[in-house]
Design a protein around this ligand. Structure first.
Ligand code: ADP
Ligand code: ZN
Length: 311
């Protein structure tokens, strides 16, 4: 069954149709502008496809309402992004296409993609993190995607300062929270150069590895993940992986019983840069299967998607 996926990012949207990693039939990227323009472009992409999609999955930037039982399910909530507060993302797509829509955070969608097809197959408890324009985290606990009163906001946990770091941090809400100290823009602001231009021997990287490791240690201690998948633009610096693993071992101080090598605990996404959009496709599959399925926690169509297309 062909389904649609939307990776709805704060800077760009990625739309795709297909069935999975070996079968993405069309992919389109465009910048995130106003909700009206951006969502119309997404709908037009699906309408142009030779075969209609049975459902659409959306992995979104946030904060967003991802509770299927909430009257505002499918909407962006308290974002500072101009024009997007309250935007009914799932509703607009579901109404226009007349198909069920499943809606979750970008990182929970990527986690679902990695669970179905990538580095978290058969794992009931794991974390997916992106270290990019922001820091975000999602994952599974006990075989279910991690949801609560809203959704996790792991990127904004507090971490202690690196002793050599006087940088004040870039988070508009908290200054020097984890994201404020360790996202891509923080690296650029601290060193005066974009992160992708810093050479592998630059002093930026041990500090970055230390901060990324501090956040991971908090997650290891609270969630006890079987794997931590690290995606996002900053993690294109592959030399960070061994540094981060060493720092995690050192910071845990031998307290948690971990294997000698953390090579299997802290890994890149097996789906690479496609984890987000493939995760959205996986969400779309769940939405197509769950029409009429009222099990608690099952992916459900948005109310707005119930109009039903008979074609
Ligand atoms: P987004 O988080 O917006 O979805 P990305 O995951 O690509 O997008 O993250 C973008 C951030 O990652 C930017 O701050 C950029 O500087 C940083 N980044 C992108 N590529 C690299 C790279 N090769 N090395 C280091 N940092 C990078
Ligand atoms: Zn913050």
């Amino acid at each position: 069954m062909i389904v649609g996926g939307i990776e709805a990012g704060g800077t760009k949207f990625v739309c795709a149709v297909g069935t999975g990693p070996g079968d993405l039939r069309a992919v389109e990227r465009f910048p995130t502008t106003t909700p009206e323009e951006t969502l119309s472009r997404a709908v037009a992409f699906f309408e142009r496809q030779p075969e209609p999609v049975a459902a659409v999955g959306i992995g979104t930037f946030g904060p967003a309402d991802v509770d299927p039982d909430s009257p505002t399910y499918g909407r962006i909530t308290t974002t500072p992004k101009p024009g997007w507060r309250g935007a009914d993302v799932a509703g607009a797509v579901g109404r226009a296409l007349g198909v069920p829509v499943a809606f979750d955070t970008d990182v929970n969608a990527a986690a679902l993609g990695e669970h179905r097809w990538g580095a978290a197959r058969d794992l009931d408890t794991f974390v997916y993190l992106t270290i990019g324009t922001g820091i975000g985290g999602g994952g599974f606990v006990g075989g279910r995607r991690l949801h609560g009163r809203t959704h996790p906001e792991m990127g904004h946990v507090r971490v202690p300062r690196h002793p050599d770091d006087g940088f004040e941090g870039v988070c508009p809400f908290h200054g020097d929270c984890w994201e404020g100290l360790a996202n891509g823009p923080a690296i650029e602001a601290r060193w005066g150069q974009p992160a992708d231009r810093l050479p592998p021997d630059h002093p930026a990287w041990p500090i970055e590895a230390h901060y990324v490791a501090l956040g991971i240690v908090n997650l290891v201690l609270t969630v006890s993940p079987r794997r931590v998948i690290l995606g996002g633009g900053v993690m294109n610096q592959r030399h960070l992986f061994p540094l981060i693993r060493q720092e995690v071992q050192a910071l845990l101080g031998g307290y948690v019983d971990l294997p000698d090598s953390l090579d299997d605990l802290i890994v890149p996404p097996a789906l690479g840069g496609r984890a987000g959009v493939l995760g959205a496709i996986a969400l779309g599959h769940d939405a197509s299967r769950s029409v009429g399925d009222e099990r608690p926690g099952a992916a459900r169509s948005s109310p707005a998607g119930q109009k039903g297309r008979t074609a």
